[in-house]
Design a protein around this ligand. Structure first.
Ligand SMILES: [Zn+2]
Length: 352
């Protein structure tokens, strides 16, 4: 398997390419950060925020922005930054994947918005429908998370429209991981309908994802709202350097954000917001023969925290182990392991 000569990302990642030095497009994209005028960008952010602050006051709206919140480190940091650093009044919105959370993850999800004195709206999907979508997601895309990735994009847009809150703040820009038609840093991407279709839906429409026993209207929460409406959905990571470890430190100290041991990785703060992330990693491994540690090690190599050799060792140690969480996932969603494996493998570029 060909890997980037700088990080450890492999050729199987959809959207990756390598230049003449064998360095991947994700590494090249991240090198650009060094040349950014972050002060200028922060000034721009402040202008955007004060415009929408004023707008909310004029319209007598309690909320001047929406922050999508999962309880993970990225959204916790984004929320903290908006409230504490910029004095915004966000409506916190969670599209709940409805998988069982650990007490610590539950604390992060439910208590932190309260601590920041924010109002929090939680959308929870019925279990049978969610399970049907998990099965269908595996079948159509080899990814059981499709419904969640859609809902986190479409539901805030629906609320923006309905509640007249046209500003949304997202965290990590997709230029950081560069796939499924992600934008470049210079594009200063926004989460609009085009981004939703490209990155959220991964090119799969609700029609294609409709489980047999359901109607198209059941997919409504996962579809983009119809008609014209005002929306500016920006990524905080375009306005300040996106530094994972610094964010973890801040939310731990300021919000008592809780860490948790997660299967399949060497850090205790990544994706603690979903108990089945290790299952998703396993699905990645089955399809592409790499998983979460490859991503994390690659980020850490780029940031100069570990060497490439250390990264390769970590990848060998952690990636590609069948997670314990798979048993519970299969039991909960009613899939057999054979079905899970077969539907996933159908989408592997390696099978040919
Ligand atoms: Zn690379």
């Amino acid at each position: 398997m060909i890997r980037c000569t700088k990080c450890v990302m492999p050729e199987t990642w959809p959207g990756i390419s390598f230049d003449e030095e064998g360095i991947c497009n994700i590494c090249r994209e991240n090198e650009k950060e060094i040349d950014f005028n972050w002060e200028e960008r922060e000034k721009k952010l402040k202008e955007i925020l004060s415009f929408y602050k004023e707008r909310a006051i004029k319209r007598n709206n309690k909320y001047d922005c929406i922050v999508g919140y999962s309880g993970g480190k990225d959204t916790a940091y984004t929320l903290w930054t908006m409230v504490k650093k910029y004095g915004m009044r966000p409506l916190v919105f969670t599209f709940d994947h409805t998988f069982p959370l650990s007490p610590d993850a539950m604390y992060n999800l439910m208590e932190i918005p309260k601590k920041l004195n924010c109002d929090h709206l939680l959308f929870t999907m019925g279990t049978e429908f969610r399970n049907a979508l998990c099965r269908k997601g595996s079948e159509v895309l080899g990814d059981f998370c499709w419904h969640c990735h859609n809902g986190v994009g479409s539901m805030p847009a629906r609320i923006s429209k309905q509640w007249d809150i046209p500003l949304q703040i997202w965290g990590e820009p997709s230029a950081k991981y560069k796939t499924y038609g992600a934008d470049s840093y210079e594009d200063m991407e926004e989460y609009d309908e085009e981004h939703f279709k490209k990155v959220g839906q991964a090119g799969v429409t609700p029609e294609m994802m409709l489980p047999d026993e359901y109607e198209l209207r059941d997919m409504m929460p996962m579809t983009w709202p119809e008609g014209e409406f005002e929306l500016k959905a920006i990524f905080l990571g375009h306005f300040e350097p996106w530094e994972q470890r610094k964010h973890v430190e801040i939310v731990t100290k300021e919000l008592d954000w809780r860490h948790a041991e997660v299967e399949g990785t060497y850090v205790d703060w990544d994706k603690v917001d979903c108990p089945y992330e290790p299952v998703r990693d396993w699905q990645k491994w089955l399809k592409f023969k790499f998983a979460r540690t490859t991503f994390q090690a690659s980020k850490d190599i780029r940031e100069g925290l570990i060497t490439r050799d250390e990264g390769l060792k970590l990848v060998k140690k952690y990636d590609g182990k069948r997670p314990k969480a798979l048993d519970r996932f299969l039991e909960e969603t009613g899939m057999t392991e054979e079905e899970f494996n077969a539907t996933t493998l159908k989408h592997s570029p390696l099978k040919k």
